[in-house]
Design a protein around this ligand. Sequence first.
Ligand SMILES: [Zn+2]
Ligand SMILES: [Zn+2]
Length: 363
Amino acid sequence: MSGVTAFIYSDEYLKYNFGPFHPFRPDREKKTLELLRKLGVINGISTRVYEPKVATEEELTLVHDPEYIYFVREKSEQGYGLLDYGDTPATRGIYEGAAARAGGSLLGADLIMRGEVAHAFNPGGGLHHARRSSAAGFCVFNDVALAARHLQRKYGLERVAIVDVDGHHGDGTQEIFNREKILTISFHRYGFFFYPGTGGVDEIGDGEGYGYAVNVPLPAGTNPASYLYAFKEIVPPLLQSYEPQIILHQFGVDSHYEDPLVGLSLTTAAYKAIAETMHRLAHELCDGRYLIFGGGGYAPENVARCWAVVFITVAEKMPESLEEYLKLFDRGETEVKGEVSRDIEAIVRRVKEKVFPLHGVEL
Ligand SMILES: [Zn+2]
Ligand SMILES: [Zn+2]
């Protein structure tokens, strides 16, 4: 059922390096590609690697303030200090690394819109905390928002859906589109003192965008069965009603149970189920147009495995060895088992009551 699936990668991504003691490891994308090659998944026919160009300043201004872009370039040349008020250091080359990753997301959008590929995965993207004029949470340029703006301006798209499954709230993306009819749905851990602190059920957008920001706040420890229940109750009906022309998907994997920063408890089997659902929806609703980004993921030995499962699932290209495929999965389990918690049922009900009526979707 699929056409070509693109894997977007450039060695320039390695310049997105916050230093040896920072939790964001810049080589996660390279490791993912190496793993996919080792598994025999990249065949150059239905699955291909594309190398992006670095995003130009003009492209970055689709979302970002010129002064902010200038600031990042200056700090990148200096090579010290901070890009935000806390956890996003300025290091030499960070500008080029960030612009390359943004270029990857723009290339993914172009490949899909030109019909060269059906699906594209830019694991170097998904930097969803970045704002119009500031860095935040290890994110310098918001490539998710850039891709959406590019699709609006260059291809005239009006209905772009953005689904975000990173363990943290997609706050930068939400803020950029807060007053527009760009559907953003974010699933994330939520609670006191958990970064970034936003993403409650009541945040649903403003003005023209009222009802188009959807937040699914999850308690620490949410298990895969509960997560998938929430996902399947909320995402398909909203997307079916919205009728997107393309689906954008921030696929951070810091919601994995071994991730040191988040505290949710997803497994690779859960990521497979999420990717299957989204892939099916893309074919059902928008001719397969499905652009996936990376995002968080701070247990480096797991990230490549998680993203390999996502890519294999969407490309529908099985590794040559079943044994090697099964090794990608936590405990070898390819399906999610377990019970849906009561807490989650209550949260899902609140989200539905808040936004479903605004989209004419039955509760
Ligand atoms: Zn497909
Ligand atoms: Zn995250």
